[in-house]
Design a protein around this ligand. Sequence first.
Ligand code: ADP
Ligand code: MG
Length: 248
Amino acid sequence: MMSSSSRPLLEVSGLNKWFGAMHALRDVDLTVGVGERIVVCGPSGSGKSTMVRCINALERYQNGLIRLEGEAINADCDSVLGARRAIGMVFQSFNLFPHLSVLDNITLGPRKLLRLPRPDAESAAMMLLSQVRMEDQARKMPSQLSGGQQQRAAIARALAMNPKLMLFDEPTSALDPEMVKEVLDVMTALAEAGTTMICVTHEMGFAKAVAHRIVFMDQEKIVETADPAAFFAGDCCDRARSFVGTTA
Ligand code: ADP
Ligand code: MG
């Protein structure tokens, strides 16, 4: 997957984060190569969101280092905008701009940050909308869409910046069950197209199908990094095994 001579896309080493006195991440290490797909799971409050938010420079960390293509990322360093531009993020709660149409949501970043002329940004956006099977929804406002459609639009918006890495933080956990599949199908297609991704999700079928590695977090740290086949066969720590049992 990653030749020994090439530098990994993302390197997280010795990451520690506190919210005030609360230790939220302990000694987190994670290396992600180009084209790798990582699924992160673990109980609520274990630090999954905090980890991906640090990677996307949405949270400051106090200790350790996150590097994207060798460049240090932290929420208070000069490289923040570059890092956010290079990393696409999809949240649990869609987070589309409510006052903009689907098309304008998708073209905003490319037009303002990449200085793409509107026609070019719009034709690229229409291609992305067809990729997420939303080409007939371009002129709608977010409030006119179902949750699954909003999430697919949010994925298209993130992809419009042509990111090197996609982060997903429980992208289907706010959706009604019938909409989960349409979002997972889009994510699976992205995986098949070779997109580098870190997905926080408890959709274990998805994890089994697409992940190269499963990262299990508990109590502010990564307690297990496993091959999916081994992980789901129960060849993992007791804590992870009992967690997987609860999601099955
Ligand atoms: P997960 O995504 O695994 O459910 P989080 O990363 O959201 O966990 O949270 C990890 C811990 O950090 C939790 O105890 C949570 O309450 C705490 N936390 C998260 N965000 C903040 C914040 N902005 N301020 C204070 N504590 C926070
Ligand atoms: Mg979370």
